[in-house]
Design a protein. Structure first.
Length: 413
């Protein structure tokens, strides 16, 4: 195919840049805004192109320091210097809110180290996945991994690593594992969701699959971390939080502690009342809020996570519902919450939960999000229901990528 020369424009969350050439818009990896580049169209229907040559280089371009960069499915911004990366992620978040013309009275950005931060990883038989394929890439080094995971990668040959999907959590805060490392493997050969059938011995998906698998604590897969945060009055608070290493947990502990501190300080005007935590997971935030609120209601569809939430919240007045946000909102008429904390999946807050907020007029909503597109959309809906955005925090949980997390503080007016 013929090559095209064009100027790179804005950057997307996947780390690719928008490049406009001959009235077509292309998504191109490895490019920095304002660079003049030569590209080759790869998928006309998908409007993607491959970088051939940089004709005018950005002053923010640096030499990548990872041998797997551009091959594995992880980092997407290692060719951009740290300061400019941070600026781009802040701008991406602001652009999403600008689309809805939402006024932001107070905007703050919070950062951690760009490497050595990632405490949770998933490997496939000891390897990472190649970008855009199901091929495995054996690795001995990952610059974003914590020292605990890095030590394991360096010292464990590929042939000695567990077979199957392997979940690793490694951090200095880990309390119940040697050398700050917890590893659990799900062996696909024994996966109950598949069976071998027919003369060809092909795997097929079982027609019957339990919605919840286990819903009991698994001691061999249990992680307990000591998390520190700062409450109002500059009081240091430490909590032991337990979770299953096979489930979801935040991957940047430094930013998690900063986020908890932000949540506690934003919640302080409402201390002494009742709080709602929707999409509560293992109850990390609820456990800290339990110090200040008379009662916590947790809603989480993953009942396995709620097993740990119950353990973490044992010393506080609370109740938990193993339901989706939609089912809970449709069956609940409670209106006496002083504060709601929501931490939804990338798809955003369910519409029935938004309707519940609109009807109940909870004084304050703290919206934690891993997708600025859906967060801006949901905040727009809440502002139309009588809420006002007071603060927006960009939380840089995943340096070296375009992934953005953020915390929006809304109050009913």
């Amino acid at each position: 195919m013929a090559t095209l020369v064009a100027k790179a424009e804005k950057i997307f969350q996947d780390g690719n840049c928008l490049v406009k050439a001959k009235d077509n818009l292309y998504s191109v990896a490895g490019v920095i805004p304002e660079e003049i580049v030569e590209i080759e169209e790869t998928h006309p229907e998908q409007k993607t192109a491959t970088l051939i040559k940089i004709l005018e280089e950005s002053p923010y371009r640096i030499q990548n320091s990872c041998p797997y960069y551009g091959i594995c499915g992880g980092c997407t911004m290692r060719h951009i210097n740290e300061e400019y990366q941070r600026k781009l992620r802040c701008e991406m978040l602001l652009q999403m809110f600008a689309k809805f013309a939402i006024e932001i009275p107070d905007f703050q950005c919070h950062f951690s180290n760009s490497d050595g931060y990632r405490c949770r990883m998933q490997l496939n038989s000891g390897s990472l996945r190649e970008r855009g394929t199901n091929n495995d890439i054996p690795i001995q080094y990952c610059p974003v991994a914590t020292p605990q995971i890095q030590k394991w990668l360096n010292s464990t040959p590929l042939e000695s690593r567990p077979f199957g999907r392997t979940n690793i959590f490694g951090d200095i805060r880990l309390q119940n594992a040697t050398e700050g490392l917890c590893i659990a493997t799900e062996n696909k050969k024994n996966d109950i969701s598949y069976s071998i059938t027919g003369k060809t011995n092909h795997k097929i998906k079982n027609k019957v699959k339990k919605r919840y698998y286990g819903t009991v604590s698994s001691p061999e897969n249990k992680c307990t971390v000591k998390i520190s945060a700062t409450g109002p009055g500059n009081i240091n608070i430490q909590k032991n939080i337990s979770f299953d290493v096979r489930g979801f947990f935040q991957s940047n502990m430094t930013l998690l502690e900063k986020t908890i501190t932000l949540i506690l300080n934003a919640s302080s005007p409402y201390f002494g009342g009742k709080a709602l935590d929707i999409y509560s997971g293992s109850g990390t935030f609820s456990t800290f809020l339990g110090e200040y609120f008379t009662h916590i209601t947790m809603v989480e569809h993953n009942r396995d996570a709620l097993v740990y939430a119950e353990e973490n919240m044992a010393n506080y007045s609370h109740e938990s519902f193993g339901l989706s946000g939609t089912r809970w909102a449709n069956g609940n008429n409670t209106k006496d919450f002083q504060l709601a904390l929501v931490d939804p999946p990338r798809s955003g807050i369910e519409i029935d939960v938004l309707h519940f907020f609109s009807n109940s007029k909870i004084p304050a909503i703290l919206s934690l999000s891993c997708n600025p597109v859906t967060q801006a959309r949901d905040c727009n809906r809440l502002t139309k229901a009588g809420y006002k955005l007071k603060k927006l925090h960009m939380l840089d949980f995943y340096p070296q990528t375009g992934h953005i997390e953020s915390l929006a503080i809304l109050e009913h007016i």
